[in-house]
Design a protein around this ligand. Structure first.
Ligand SMILES: Cc1cc2nc3c(=O)[nH]c(=O)nc-3n(C[C@H](O)[C@H](O)[C@H](O)COP(=O)(O)OP(=O)(O)OC[C@H]3O[C@@H](n4cnc5c(N)ncnc54)[C@H](O)[C@@H]3O)c2cc1C
Length: 470
């Protein structure tokens, strides 16, 4: 076995060069991990897991040779972008080879409102370049500076921009994806429009994404606002109304319950003790109107800074989505989190969770557009008024049993949870098309080598000690 591993190493080294074959030390450890440690449950499960080697192909031809060699050796293979996922998505469960896409990072074109890029291109670079030619990303995670298009496609769901454009899976956002099959003679397969959904959010189990075409939005010049009020409910009413005003051109609508704002140390000089706060990214042309509207509701604007072009910090997005959790864990390592979608009765759901778990949950809300919108080519022609309240509540961790009680209570009262405490694809979110994803995997990964163990309902895992249970 050891000699097979050594043989594969020297074969991969001869393809990519010695500097891009990593087989030991801190670098291999880093390339085997992501932000799984956000979850105390995953931390325990994944701490010891690592790849036998990582490889960084620099061209599509090198990628093809790498994939071919790994397939012939029948080893587990895990594609990797920037490794910012937070569910152990790119942590190998059975060793093997990590294929790092960081050298496949070309922006091929930014024309006609479409970003055509290699999978390893960073979203921050794409956003910066797109803005130079009058466009911006429709949605991006709060890790946008670092994370890659391939990683967002295979591991992400939405974020900044989703208040207008919905998640990455919303109709029209993805134009096409070109992927390489995991075979001894790898093929390129192109999936267009809605067909691409069978490879989307599949944790690298359905082929190597090589190129992605993502539709862009017309660039807007934004102001970054923080609105503050001592009264959570008053702020909630205002923020919810702001989220539903379609005439306000927004990229972000977020609300945090005190003491979450106290975790945002770099913002301390702007924030008031005890106040809950809301964040808005709003078209500059509408800033005065928004601030006046908030003032009339008894809410003060305590921070107003433009989002510069090209984008330069400070970014209020650095405190939103799953970055909120990061600031909270920094302040109190016993903190963990949930990822939730609330119903139209969200006020009652909050009250019920507070009643059941007093002092154990703090609310961090993110508003997004529902995916019910009609597209004509590049433009939204009819967006329903449907806005969804979701969020990433903070939880003071009291053990796995208590966490499961919270998850069960959420289910009982109709709060959707995308469980962030599992590495299993199907348990981590909604996959209405999981049968399509399984069928596609069978087609493009005939030896079941890709990120084995992550697609729970896939019947074949050659590396599992026992056959996977359907
Ligand atoms: C602080 C913080 C904030 C975050 N905020 C958000 C957020 O707002 N919204 C959101 O959706 N996510 C968020 N995330 C999760 C993560 O940052 C995003 O999903 C990000 O887009 C992942 O990109 P990446 O390049 O780091 O992917 P990675 O972590 O490297 O990979 C993610 C998954 O995709 C697979 N993969 C990567 N590249 C390829 C490829 N070329 N072909 C096939 N499979 C591939 C990997 O195997 C893995 O399963 C956050 C995470 C953290 C730690």
């Amino acid at each position: 076995m050891e000699s097979q591993t050594e043989a594969l190493k020297s074969q991969l080294r001869s393809i990519v060069g010695a500097a891009d074959l990593i087989d030991a030390g801190e670098s291999l450890e880093t390339l085997s991990k992501d932000y799984y440690w956000y979850s105390p449950v995953l931390k325990k499960q994944l701490e010891e897991k690592r790849a036998d080697m990582a490889v960084r192909p620099g061209t599509i031809d090198e990628l093809r040779k790498v994939v071919s060699a790994c397939c012939a050796a029948r080893v587990p293979i895990v594609p990797r972008g920037a490794g910012t996922g937070n569910y152990g998505q790119c942590v190998p469960l059975y060793g093997g080879v990590v294929v790092d896409f960081s050298r496949l990072d070309k922006i091929i074109s930014l024309e006609g409102g479409v970003a055509h890029v290699q999978a390893g291109a960073r979203l921050g670079t794409i956003e910066t370049e797109a803005r130079k030619v009058g466009w911006e990303l429709r949605c991006m995670p709060s890790t946008w500076m670092k994370s890659t298009m391939g990683g967002f496609f295979c591991g992400g769901s939405g974020g900044i921009g989703s208040i207008t454009w919905g998640g990455i899976n919303a109709p029209g956002n993805v134009k096409s994806v070109t992927m390489m099959t995991c075979e001894e003679s790898p093929r390129l397969v192109r999936l267009e429009e809605a067909e691409s959904l069978k490879a989307l959010h599949t944790y690298g189990t359905t082929g190597f994404m090589v190129e992605i075409e993502m539709r862009l939005a017309r660039k807007i010049d934004y102001d970054q606002l923080i609105l503050s009020a001592p009264d959570w409910d008053r702020l909630l009413d205002w923020t919810d109304e702001a989220s539903r005003r379609l005439e306000w051109r927004k990229r972000l609508v977020t609300q945090f319950e005190w003491p979450i704002p106290s975790y945002f140390k770099p913002l301390a000089k702007h924030l008031r003790d005890g106040d809950s706060i809301s964040f808005l990214l709003i078209d500059k042309a509408q800033t005065a109107e928004v601030i006046a509207h908030a003032k009339a509701a008894g809410i003060d604007c305590v921070f107003n800074k433009p989002l510069t072009d090209p984008p330069r910090p400070p970014f209020i997005t650095d405190y939103t989505w799953n970055h909120t959790t990061l600031w909270a864990i920094k302040a109190d390592p016993t903190i963990t989190y949930l990822q939730s979608g609330f119903g139209p009765n969200f006020r009652q759901q909050f009250a019920e969770l507070r009643r059941l778990f007093p002092g154990e949950i703090l609310f961090h809300l993110e508003w997004t557009a529902g995916n019910a919108k009609m597209m004509k080519g590049n433009e939204v022609i009819n967006r329903s008024n449907e806005v969804v309240v979701g969020g990433i509540p903070i939880v003071f961790y009291k053990g796995e049993e208590r966490l499961n009680e919270i998850l069960a209570a959420c289910e009982r009262i109709g709060v959707f949870i995308a469980n962030p405490h599992t590495v299993l694809l199907e348990d981590g979110g909604r996959h209405p098309n999981i049968a399509d994803k399984r069928a596609f995997k069978a087609e493009v990964d005939p030896f079941s080598l890709l990120n084995p163990g992550k697609m729970k309902t896939y019947p074949i895992n050659p590396f599992a000690p026992e056959p996977a249970v359907l």
